[in-house]
Design a binder for this molecule. Structure first.
Ligand SMILES: [Zn+2]
Ligand SMILES: [Zn+2]
Length: 281
C-alpha cells in the first residue's frame, strides 16, 4: 500500500491533500480486511438463478449478522481518521468513548442499517451524524471486503450482468478498461469487488449506446476519462490500463482522479456511487 500511495502522490499532485487524508484509513482497512475473523455465513443459501436474475448476494443472505466483534476495528479506524483528518478528532474521540464503553455496538448498528429502507443514523449527543456515519461506513467496508472475498469463490462461474455490485448491490465508483482486449471492469467502493460489464451499456440506467459511449477526457490525459450517460445524467470515472505490471488499488485511483468528479459535477452530472471523497467540497 505504501508504494501505491507514493506513486499516486507522485502522479496526481493535484489530489495530494485527499490522498494524504485517506492514506491512514485505507491502509488500515486493507490490513484489517486481511486479518479479520468473522463468524461463518452459510453461502449455500445463494441461489444461482436469483443471481442470474440480478439479485445481489446481500439481498439473498444477511452479510451483517450482528455477531461480529467490531469494537477494536472501529476504535482503530477512528484513530486512523484522526491521523488523516485531524479536524475530526473531537467527534472521533466522543464516538470512540462510547464504542469502548459498549454504548455503541458497531455490529448492531451495521445490521440495523443494512436492513433499514433508507439506512440508519448513529446518534451521539456530541458527534455530528455525518461523522458518525462516516466512521461506520469505514467499518462496514472492512466487513464487506472480507465477505466479498469469501463470496468470490461462490460467484465463480455464475453469470452476473448488472451494473451494480453482485455482492452488496452498490453502483460502481470507478471503472477500468484494459488496453488489451478492451474489457471493462467496474469497481465497488463499498465492498471492493470488481466485475466485468459490457462497454456499450450504462451501468446505472442500462441505456444501450448505438455508436459507442460518450467519454469525457481531460486534455493530454488519455488514460483518464469519465463515462457520461445523457439519459440518467450520471458519470463514471474510467481508467485505461496499459499493463498489469504495477499493483493498483482502485479506491486510491478513484481518489487520485477526483478532479474529474469536480469537472463532471460542475457540468451537472452526478456520480453513480456517492463516496466520501467525491462529495467533499
Ligand atoms: Zn459491493
Ligand atoms: Zn445511464
Amino acid at each position: 500500500m505504501d508504494q501505491i500511495f507514493d506513486r499516486a502522490l507522485e502522479q496526481n499532485p493535484q489530489s495530494a491533500e485527499l490522498l494524504k487524508a485517506f492514506r491512514p484509513v485505507i491502509t488500515l482497512q486493507r490490513k484489517l480486511a486481511e486479518s479479520l475473523t468473522l463468524p461463518a455465513l452459510d453461502y449455500s443459501a445463494i441461489d444461482p438463478e436469483r443471481l442470474r436474475a440480478g439479485v445481489p448476494v446481500n439481498r439473498q443472505i444477511d452479510l451483517f449478522s450482528g455477531e461480529e466483534d467490531l469494537k477494536e476495528v472501529a476504535l482503530a479506524l477512528a484513530d486512523a481518521v484522526v491521523e488523516g483528518l485531524p479536524s475530526l478528532a473531537g467527534d472521533m474521540h466522543h464516538l470512540s468513548e462510547w464504542i469502548a464503553a459498549g454504548k455503541i455496538r458497531p455490529a448492531d448498528f451495521l445490521k440495523t442499517a443494512a436492513n433499514a429502507e433508507d439506512g440508519a443514523a448513529l446518534k451521539h449527543p456530541d458527534a455530528s451524524p455525518s461523522n458518525a456515519s462516516f466512521l461506520m461506513s469505514l467499518v462496514a467496508r472492512v466487513v464487506l471486503e472480507t465477505r466479498a472475498k469469501e463470496v468470490a469463490k461462490v460467484l465463480e462461474g455464475y453469470a452476473w450482468e448488472k451494473g451494480y455490485c453482485p455482492v452488496c448491490g452498490s453502483f460502481p465508483s470507478i471503472a477500468l478498461i484494459e488496453e488489451q482486449g478492451g474489457k471493462r471492469f467496474l469497481h465497488c467502493s463499498a465492498c471492493g469487488r470488481d466485475w466485468r460489464y459490457t462497454r456499450v451499456i450504462c451501468p446505472c440506467c442500462e441505456k444501450e449506446a448505438q455508436s459507442g459511449m460518450e467519454y469525457y477526457y481531460v486534455e493530454n490525459k488519455t488514460q483518464e476519462s469519465a463515462f457520461i450517460c445523457d439519459q440518467c445524467k450520471k458519470y463514471l470515472v474510467t481508467l485505461y490500463r496499459a499493463g498489469r505490471l504495477l499493483a493498483r488499488d482502485m479506491d486510491v485511483s478513484a481518489i487520485s482522479l477526483v478532479h474529474l468528479d469536480m469537472i463532471l459535477q460542475d457540468k451537472g452530472y452526478e456520480p453513480m456511487a456517492v463516496c466520501v471523497w467525491n462529495t467533499l467540497r
